[in-house]
Write a protein of this length. Sequence first.
Length: 171
Amino acid sequence: MRLAFATVISKVPFPGIVVLLAAAQTAPDAPQGPIQPLPFSHKTHVSSGLACRDCHATADRGEAAGFPALSKCMACHTAVAKDRPSIVKLAELYKKQEPIPWKRVYRVPDYVAFSHKTHVGTAHVACDTCHGSVQDRDVIRKEKPTSMAACVDCHKQNGASVACDYCHEPR
């Protein structure tokens, strides 16, 4: 059985391996995440000693957590795994000064005023409260709901306001 599995894996192109890894860590009924322009494993980066805020630097002081600048990625990847096709593509984007066109996994409607600064910086909500066990994931998918009901339930459990104008601007 191991030989057959190894044979299948050796014939799967690199992005296919990422899909297989995602399937291995995802419940059968859970929605899959979007296909990203580059494979990125939070699990690998966290095991290397990086914390959420090392890359998502504005998570505790900005409205959005943001993505790291390519210079942050290239600080390591000029030497680490530099010959991998995905890192070669990363380096090309860096040279052209083009951002990685990541596809969003979590999104709230435009009429909702959500602030990472308020949640992470002020209320000290841990990242995994809303995003799940990202540190254990090779591929990110939406694990927790961002529905109004989920937010209201969390606000009630934590004694935060559930007044409409707390999260919604009057129209």
